[in-house]
Unconditional design. Structure first.
Length: 181
């Protein structure tokens, strides 16, 4: 033990380093630390919300692309697009329900003749995405008409023979519009 003490420097600086100090942080130093922590927390929250919105948008895009593929398979099997809520439910697709907006038209299917489209509104509140028989790829739609989203997907939905169905992501399909097939 004496050997360890002998090798320690005996300078005043070393001794002062281990001396207990009764002084604490000043109020200004504490306030500066609190402000820095608050700024970092605010930046983290904003970044997290942005990541969450992008995640919701990506889930909607993926779901809509998969719906498009299922509709194409249905057309290959039946020679026509789905025309009833039972046929839409029969596609058996489960959405990423936590990513969708919580309004009635969170997911919207539109049909006019053999032209179809399907779209979904993201929980981010800004973006919606759709795919149709004419676009063949998922397209972003920033705004959709709450009264007639089909027109935003390239289907007028005003002609006899048009049909639409809608759903919240957590429910089954419901028929919409008055233009039944």
């Amino acid at each position: 033990m004496n050997m360890i003490i002998d090798i320690l420097p005996s300078s005043a600086m070393f001794k002062n380093f281990f001396r207990k100090s009764s002084a604490g942080f000043t109020i200004v130093e504490l306030l500066i630390v609190i402000v820095i922590i608050a700024i970092l927390a605010a930046i983290s929250i904003v970044a997290y919300n942005g990541i969450q919105n992008r995640t919701n948008d990506s889930a909607i895009q993926s779901d809509i692309a998969n719906y498009g593929k299922l509709i194409q398979l249905f057309i290959a099997d039946n020679g026509r697009p789905p025309r009833t809520v039972g046929e839409l439910d029969g596609l058996g697709f489960k959405e990423s329900s936590g990513s969708y907006s919580n309004h009635v038209n969170a997911v919207m299917y539109c049909l006019s003749g053999n032209t179809w489209s399907i779209g979904g509104a993201s929980k981010s509140g800004v973006n919606g995405y759709y795919i149709s028989s004419t676009t063949a790829s998922v397209t972003q739609r920033v705004w959709w008409n709450a009264g007639n989203p089909c027109s935003d997907f390239g289907i007028q939905h005003s002609v006899t023979g048009d049909w639409a169905a809608y759903k919240r992501a957590t429910q089954t399909w419901s028929a919409g519009g008055t233009h039944t097939i």
